[in-house]
Design a binder for this molecule. Structure first.
Ligand code: LLP
Length: 463
């Protein structure tokens, strides 16, 4: 494709419209390791590489748009979490962030457990050989079939989310002649500093059973009475993309208080607590996420301190990071189609994907970064909005970012940190074909989820 000249559009030196951006970075060609997967770099020609493979070659072989996932980075992050929490705690990867059979195998090999929240995720986990006892089953409205399957295969725990479910799981377990290990998910009344739709522990939302008004204590009372249940602990998840540890501290403190109340009332010390997932990652260079060992230390200290104060044995802790493991390990590669400079505003750069492969910008006002990756450029920074090819104006992938002013149709650009909640929330809107996920490791690339085809679409349409 030719690089046709076009007006450069608004520059940072001009009057800038309102937006979510700061000043352009000093060098647009730098791929900030904070937001890019571990093995991403540029070669001598300036072409970005992952696992030693050039994005230009990858685009040729696998097409665009496509997600490229750094297996080396994924495994390293699994190990970092496992090591940080050690043998005294358990790490459950939250499959909702992104799940495929390859991912399940890697988790298994790296010694992680898995949190699933639907029959589909459970089926994926089992089909790739994750031992059932290492699976936690979540959800605020699990169907009877889902519960039955989970109990039958022997999942390690079911996290109970409502009073109805306490009875339902107990009943199903009993009818199968089993005693199911369960935790009760409580809402601790913490307002996590994140988007409203991804905050989950304030009271006015659908998850869990409130600590307030003694509801959680009542749930424990009921669960302890039922033969089909073995109550092993209390679960709390306060939200997602959180940087501030204060919310986790309050949550841990309130969960430990409940353990103390349970001990006082029933003479039972529940042996486990799960503090959920929700740890934030860097989507732009402005974000400063915590390392797993800092998180493990902070959580371990608060739980130990609170338990000592309450005279309780310290329970076994578990956590459920999803985004923090898979998010930073992938980027989405797009080819630039059309470029529209809007005077006094910004330049609209259209790519061959959009809200069907990344709904997070439209849904949560999420911020992303973007870079030209098929070459380097020393052109001036151009305030850009990366948009997709869908038929609505909210189809925005990156709201505000700087790309070089000589950007041209045919260039490859990539959006980093798209490993979590992008492919897993992808849709067929406008009958878009969902992109493949290509895993890259040590100079080898292999498709782990293939690109959808028109046949896939038509196969479902049986009318
Ligand atoms: N555990 C439970 C019970 C959860 O509900 C979640 C996420 C996690 C763990 C993992 O959270 P993470 O570590 O990945 O933040 N689609 C939204 C995020 C929804 C999160 C739902 N629950 C987004 O794209 O930001």
């Amino acid at each position: 494709m030719s690089r046709s000249a076009h007006p450069a559009g608004p520059r940072h030196a001009d009057v800038l419209p309102e937006g979510h951006y700061t000043a352009p970075p000093a060098d647009l060609n730098t791929l900030d390791p904070k937001v890019w997967a571990r093995t991403v770099a540029r070669d001598e020609q300036g072409v970005a590489t992952i696992g030693g493979l050039r994005v230009t070659d990858l685009a040729e072989e696998f097409g665009t748009p496509a997600y490229f996932l750094d297996e080396t980075d994924f495994r390293a992050r699994c190990r970092a979490w496992a090591e940080a929490f050690g043998t005294e705690a358990d790490v459950f990867y939250a499959g909702k962030a992104f799940l495929s059979r390859a991912i399940v195998r890697w988790l298994h090999e790296e010694g992680l457990n898995l949190d699933v929240c639907s029959g589909g995720e459970l089926a994926t986990a089992l089909s790739a050989g994750m031992p059932a006892e290492r699976i936690a089953f979540h959800g605020n409205n699990k169907s009877e079939d889902e519960i039955r399957r989970a109990v039958e295969v022997g999942v390690g725990r079911i996290v109970l989310d409502s009073f109805q479910e306490i009875v339902r799981v107990a009943h199903i377990a009993q009818s199968l002649g089993k005693r199911q290990r369960v935790q009760i998910r409580v809402t601790v009344g913490v307002e996590a500093h994140t988007h409203e739709f991804i905050a989950t522990a304030h009271e006015d939302q659908k998850f869990g059973i409130a600590l307030a008004g003694g509801q959680a204590a009542e749930a424990v009372r009921r669960a302890l009475k039922l033969d089909g249940l073995e109550l092993i602990g209390i679960h709390s998840h306060i939200g997602s993309q959180i940087f501030d540890m204060a919310g986790f501290e309050v949550s841990a403190r309130r969960v430990v208080q409940l353990l103390a109340e349970v001990r006082d009332e029933h003479g039972v010390e529940l042996p486990e607590i799960d503090l959920g997932g929700g740890l934030g990652i860097a989507y732009t260079s402005e974000d400063d996420p915590r390392e797993p060992h800092e998180i493990a230390k902070a959580l371990g200290e608060i739980v130990t301190r609170e338990c000592e104060a309450a005279g309780l044995r310290t329970p076994r802790i578990s956590v459920e990071p999803g985004r923090a493991i898979v998010g930073p390990t992938a980027f989405t590669l797009y080819r630039v189609g059309t470029i529209k400079p809007l005077d006094g505003l910004r330049t609209y750069v259209s790519v061959d994907g959009g809200m069907s492969d990344n709904i997070r910008t439209a849904l949560y006002d999420a911020e992303y970064s973007v870079s030209l990756v098929s070459r380097v450029s020393d052109a001036e920074p151009m305030l850009s909005r990366v948009v997709g090819k869908h038929c609505e104006s909210g189809d925005i992938v990156v709201r505000d970012a700087f790309l070089p002013a000589d950007l041209a149709p045919g260039d490859l650009i990539a959006v980093p940190a798209t490993g979590a909640y992008c492919r897993s929330m992808a849709s067929n809107y406008n009958h878009a074909l969902r992109p493949p996920v290509v895993a890259v490791r040590d100079g080898e690339a292999r498709v782990i989820v293939r690109r959808e085809t028109e046949e896939d679409l038509l196969r479902l349409d049986v009318g």
